[in-house]
Design a protein around this ligand. Structure first.
Ligand code: GLV
Length: 331
């Protein structure tokens, strides 16, 4: 008998077909959002789950699911998973790094450009029929070329952003839990600074750090007050890293020039004050959303699940394990 798995949200049908070669698949292809109770009910008796970054898999859920052996996120971020609880229970957790790095960095660049040069605000202005004549100060923005880029969180995506900055003649500053090796810094032309220096010196600050209790509200009122009034802030990482209420006030009071946000606290809910300020570009968590990359993410999540449940060509060796310590004492 094939092991049973759940795919919590709709994904590419051919990936479901591939999973079906190995598993009895409960596929939510109607894409109904499963609340905590529905997720718990659908996971009963399942050996594995291909999850979405919005599915909260916490300690109490894990302890109610004695048959669960693998939790495979279709996302690089995994703050929705309680990794210590999964590890303690002997459950393998996986994510989808690398395949989305360049697409996500491209989108970070798109948000940065749109924010600095007021692209969406300009389009709204035009569509509203407000463009009657040229004027020297109409919708003027701030420059990207030749400015200072600050990157908070210098992992794969941060480094991909730094590489793009070279083409824009930018000085790159970064802050991270640990400093990169000197040769990597040199190849990226990036300089390690304290968080305070990063806030004070960046013309454009991009957030690409993982969300955790430590990074909750890493950017709040105090940090926004340290930024230049001409600066932009881009959040490409996770909602909750920025205090959205404090950001809305800072934007309204022109404490910083503008912001570009792809992620929000409590998304898909968006703080109502952010919807009323003009100097913010808002997108619905789409940084990795190219057809090619979403397909690569789904296939990597499937590869992880097949291998984590000891099937397929990589049986027992899932390509992107978050908690490798678990491999010695798996369920
Ligand atoms: C998207 O936010 C991801 O973590 O992949």
């Amino acid at each position: 008998m094939k092991p049973s798995i759940l795919v919590t949200r709709a994904i590419f049908p051919d990936v479901i077909d591939r999973l079906s070669q190995y598993f009895d698949v409960d596929a939510n292809q109607d894409d109904v959002v499963l609340d905590a109770a529905a997720l718990r009910a659908r996971l009963a008796g399942k050996a594995g789950v291909l999850a979405n970054a919005a599915d909260q898999i916490d300690g109490s859920l894990v302890s109610a699911l004695p048959q669960l052996r693998a939790v495979c996120n279709m996302a690089v971020g995994y703050n929705n998973l309680d990794i210590p609880a999964l590890t303690a229970a002997g459950i393998v957790a996986t994510n989808t790094p690398d395949v989305l790095t360049e697409t996500t960095a491209d989108f970070g660049w798109a948000l940065l450009m749109a924010t600095a040069r007021r692209v969406t605000e300009s389009e709204h202005y035009l569509r509203a029929g407000k463009w009657q004549r040229w004027s020297y100060d109409m919708l003027v923005g701030v420059d990207v070329y030749g400015s200072t880029l600050g990157i908070l969180g210098m992992g794969r995506i941060g480094q991909a952003l730094a590489r793009r900055a070279a083409g824009f003649g930018m000085q790159v500053l970064y802050h991270n839990r640990s400093q990169l090796p000197a040769d990597v810094e040199k190849s990226l032309n990036a300089r390690y600074v304290s968080k305070a220096e990063l806030l004070e010196q960046s013309d454009h600050l991009i957030l690409v750090l993982p969300y955790s209790a430590q990074s909750h509200h890493a950017i709040g009122a105090a940090e926004l007050a340290q930024m230049k009034p001409t600066a932009t802030l881009i959040n490409l990482a996770r909602g909750g890293i920025v205090d959205d209420a404090a950001l809305a006030s800072a934007l309204r009071d022109r404490q910083i020039f503008a912001a570009g946000l792809d992620v929000f606290e409590g998304e898909p809910h968006v703080h109502p004050d952010l919807l009323t300020v003009p100097n913010v570009v808002l997108t619905p968590h789409i940084a990795s959303a190219s057809e090619k990359t979403r397909r690569a993410m789904a296939n990597l999540a499937a590869d992880n699940l097949i291998a984590a449940l000891d099937l397929g060509p990589q049986a027992g060796r899932p390509p992107a394990v978050i908690n490798p310590d678990v491999m010695a004492h798996r369920r």
